[in-house]
Design a protein around this ligand. Structure first.
Ligand code: F6R
Length: 369
C-alpha cells in the first residue's frame, strides 16, 4: 500500500526520518548504547584485530560511511569490500577478523556466499539486516537488525539511512566494549544521532519541492557527476548509483581530490556536477578544500549543484543551485546529505515518465551470483 504516495519510493523516502528513529529505538539507555542482540557477545569485539565489511551496491556505500565511525570511535581497522569480489582473492582472514555483512533483504546471494566463506575460514560474522529471519542473519554469529520497515521499491533509500544508523550504534557499542570511548564521548555522539530524524524531516519539508522542480528542468541531462570527500565520497557514489538505477542517466561519483588525477578532463561547459560540501563550522579544513575543488571545475564551465549546510555562504558565488542541509558534526552529515540526492533521482525519473519503483533489468533482491 502506497499510503497515498505516487510511488513506493516516494513513500519510503518520506519514511527516512522514522527509519533512523526506529533503528535507534530500544538501543539507547541513559545516553549509552545498549544493543540487546549483542548481550553476552563481547568476545566478538574484544578478540579481533580487524573488521571487514562486505555488502553490495547501496549497502556497500553504507559500509563505506560506517568505516569512518568504526575507525574513529572503536579504533579498529576496517576494510570495506564488495561481497562478490571478496572470496575470489584468497583474503587474509581468521579468528581475529570480524566480518560485518550489510544487506537490506538478507538474501543477496553474493553477500550470503561471502559470509559463508568467512565463517568457513574461521572469522566471526555479524549481520546488519532489515528482514527478520532472512538467510544471511541466520548464517551469522550475531545480528543487528535495521528497523526501516519493509522496503518495496527496487532502489534502496530508507534502508540506507537505517544501515548507517545501525553501523553507528555498532561502532559506539564496540568502542565501549574495547575501551576506546568514555561514557561521556558516547553520550555526545548518541545525542547527535538522536537529532538526525528531525533534521532529515527538515530537509524533506524545506527542499523536496525545490529539488523536484529543479530535477524537472534537468530531464534532458545526459550525464551527471557527483563529488564528495571523506564521508561525502560514499554519498557521491550513492547519488550516482540512484540516478543510473532509476533514471537511466549516466552518472559517476568521484572523490573530489581525485578529480585532478583524470576525471577533470570530463568537465565541459554545462556539465552538471553535484558537490557534497562539508560543513564550514564542523569541518573547516575539508570545507576549504571542497570549495577550491568547486572553483576549479566552475572555471571550466561546470554547472554546480552544491549540497551545503544552512548558512554556508562561501558556496554561493560558485553554485548554480544550493540544496540545504541542517548543521551537523561531520559523521552525521551523510545521513542528511543523501536525502536531497534520493529526492533528485526520484524527481528526475518521474520527470522522464519512468516507473521509479520498478526500473528495467533490476530485481529487489539479487538471488543469483
Ligand atoms: C540500489 C540497490 C542495490 C542494493 C544491493 C544490495 O538502490 O537497491 O544496490 O543495495 O543489491 O541489496 P541488499 O541490501 O538487499 O543485499
Amino acid at each position: 500500500d502506497k499510503g497515498g504516495w505516487s510511488s513506493f519510493m516516494a513513500k519510503e523516502v518520506s519514511e527516512e526520518p522514522e527509519a533512523v528513529a526506529n533503528t535507534i529505538r530500544g538501543r539507547v539507555h541513559d545516553g549509552l548504547v545498549q544493543i540487546p542482540e549483542l548481550d553476552g557477545l563481547d568476545e566478538l569485539f574484544t578478540g579481533i584485530d580487524r573488521v571487514i565489511v562486505i555488502a553490495c551496491g547501496t549497502a556497500a556505500y553504507a559500509g563505506m560511511v560506517g568505516k569512518y565511525a568504526l575507525e574513529q570511535w572503536a579504533r579498529v581497522p576496517v576494510d570495506v569490500e564488495l561481497a562478490h569480489e571478496f572470496r575470489y582473492r584468497d583474503p587474509v582472514i581468521g579468528p581475529r577478523t570480524l566480518v560485518v555483512s550489510i544487506s537490506q533483504s538478507g538474501e543477496t546471494m553474493d553477500t550470503l556466499m561471502a559470509v559463508k566463506y568467512a565463517r568457513e575460514a574461521g572469522a566471526k560474522t555479524l549481520s546488519i539486516c532489515n528482514t527478520q529471519g532472512a538467510t544471511i542473519p541466520r548464517e551469522s554469529d550475531a545480528i543487528v537488525y535495521t528497523h526501516a520497515g519493509p522496503e518495496v521499491a527496487v532502489a534502496s533509500t530508507k534502508a540506507f539511512v537505517a544501515q548507517i544508523t545501525a553501523l553507528y550504534l555498532l561502532a559506539l557499542h564496540v568502542g565501549r566494549v574495547r575501551g576506546a570511548l568514555s561514557a561521556e564521548a558516547i553520550a555526545e555522539q548518541v545525542a547527535q544521532l538522536e537529532a538526525v530524524p528531525e533534521k532529515i524531516a527538515r530537509v524533506l519539508a524545506s527542499e523536496q519541492e525545490h529539488i523536484e522542480q529543479f530535477a524537472h528542468w534537468m530531464a534532458d541531462t545526459r550525464s551527471v557527476i557527483f563529488l564528495g570527500r571523506h564521508v561525502g565520497y560514499p554519498i557521491a557514489l550513492e547519488g550516482a548509483l540512484k540516478l543510473k538505477e532509476i533514471s537511466y542517466i549516466h552518472a559517476e561519483g568521484f572523490a573530489a581530490g581525485e578529480l585532478k588525477h583524470g576525471p577533470i578532463a570530463l568537465i565541459e561547459p554545462g556539465q552538471p556536477v553535484f558537490v557534497m560540501v562539508p560543513s564550514p563550522t564542523s569541518s573547516p579544513l575539508l570545507h576549504a578544500k571542497v570549495v577550491s575543488n568547486i572553483q576549479e571545475i566552475r572555471a571550466r564551465g561546470a554547472r554546480i549543484i552544491a549540497v551545503a549546510e544552512e548558512g554556508d555562504a562561501a558556496v554561493l558565488p560558485f553554485a548554480d543551485e544550493v540544496l540545504r542541509i541542517p548543521l551537523a558534526e561531520p559523521l552525521f552529515e551523510p545521513l542528511l546529505a543523501v536525502v536531497p540526492l534520493h529526492i533528485f533521482a526520484m524527481g528526475l525519473a518521474t520527470a522522464k515518465g519512468l516507473d521509479v519503483d520498478q526500473p528495467r533489468n533490476l530485481a529487489k533482491s539479487v538471488t543469483v551470483e
